[in-house]
Ligand binder design. Sequence first.
Ligand code: NAI
Length: 257
Amino acid sequence: MINGKIVLITGAASGIGAETAKLLAARGAIPVLTGRNERKLQESAASIKTAHGCYKLDVTDSAEAAAVMAQVVERFGRIDVLLNNAGYGLFEPFAESSIEQFEQMMDTNYMGIVRCTKAVLPIMKRQGGGHIINVASMAGKLSTPKSSGYAATKHAVLGLTNALRPELAPLGITVSAVNPGPIDTPFLHTADPEGSYANKVRGYMLQPKQVAEAIIKVIQRRTAEVDLPLSASIGIRIYGLFPRLADRVASRWLHRK
Ligand code: NAI
């Protein structure tokens, strides 16, 4: 059941977050869009004509996360789903990445989820349940060259997700992970400004709508984890079984960044 659910989305000004908000609204849920940039957030929310919320929230700010969650509960009464989606990547060789870049990526992609989850937890406990969905990545399972900083943040997200899932289950709180392969969103303009990675993976790039549909299914079925597309999901499983062999056999495929 998705109808009437209050779904708070971080990083909803663009890409998957914006697309999921639109799809949720079309299916009768009440998306609460949050993001750093108020102007972009308003533009994203403007296409939603049904009930929704819109709040400035930078996930690197713990106080703002707590304040926004409190305002959302005051207005809508509850938060059924927290979609931890905000994040970015920089695809660069390790030697050329600064320490600050590593720290900042971890602060947004990993600590952002820690902050928002901490802020929503007392609310979900009080209401007797909820659903936390973390957007990780294929990069959380399979690290490739030029993604040491980004892949580490997404491995951290999956580590957190897998620990929280059994810990929060007795409280009626489901914790899920969504691990997409490359998606055609502004993410890639930041990660790879020259577009060479995007050109190499264009043949199997996901569209944001496909990922939004997958997220909606995760909400409906309370799925623990989903990898997409299917081909990547199979590849990840084989890699997990034979990582060193896969490093050798699939080396060309893994060097796309
Ligand atoms: P996107 O760049 O369109 O969306 C990410 C959003 O997060 C942006 O609106 C950005 O402003 C926001 N954001 C960044 N830092 C923030 C902060 N400190 N506080 C609040 N919001 C912040 O890109 P996309 O693809 O929709 O990204 C969504 C998630 O999907 C990210 O976590 C990304 O790592 C993940 N992902 C993306 C893939 C891709 O190829 N596009 C592949 C796999 C995962």
